[in-house]
Design a protein. Sequence first.
Length: 245
Amino acid sequence: MQSIYWTSNPKVSSISINARKPIQELAGLVATDAMMVPDVEKLLGVAPYTGFIQTPKAQEQRSLLFYDSSKVGKNDTVAENLLLIGFDQSQRVTDVLWQSSDPKEVEAMGAIGFAYMGRRGDQKAEVGNRIDPAKIDALLVTDPKDIADFELALGMPTSRGYKKFMNEDKLLVSSWAHQKMRFVGKQPGTSNKQKSYLTLDLALSRLMVAYRPDGEVVEVMWIKPASLESARALPASTQLGSGAP
């Protein structure tokens, strides 16, 4: 099973919300074959989140940096803008996951040879596409094999990107994300009782589909605020804990 974990970086005193990335410089950096962690941090600063990553084809655990500049879009959708960087003990970058809802960023991805040429070239991201979790559950039961099946049933994704992990094939990524958020109130801090913090009730749903340039689906990740009961209705190949991607 693929394992990815991150948490707030203790070296960062505060996390900037919706920070913009220098997309052209970043695209040029990702295009290099010998990208190192200092190169990333010089361009983007210290990562607000850190963690680890482990994949089936790489029998070692790597560290990761996670940059997230996502924000609320239209119709409770999420305008995604995220970058995950995995690296080994020598600080050599081994893994990249990049997703964006920004057309200019998607174009920059294609410019470095990753995505949206030919078959997918005329397909856009639609930030206002509000997904229906029940519709996704019903779709996954049919075990769709092509990204076009997802687009036909759900409409255009809210973000596009690519995924290249250590010892794995380069894959394109389409993501449908939706969130419901409401303010609950304020509560006192644990370490400093003089400070109070806003409390949010947040329900986030995200469907991430990784596929080959010809459209063949390789991986599906479906996250929603629900119990495990719904997972039992899925085919054995997609049930949680089955060992499938």
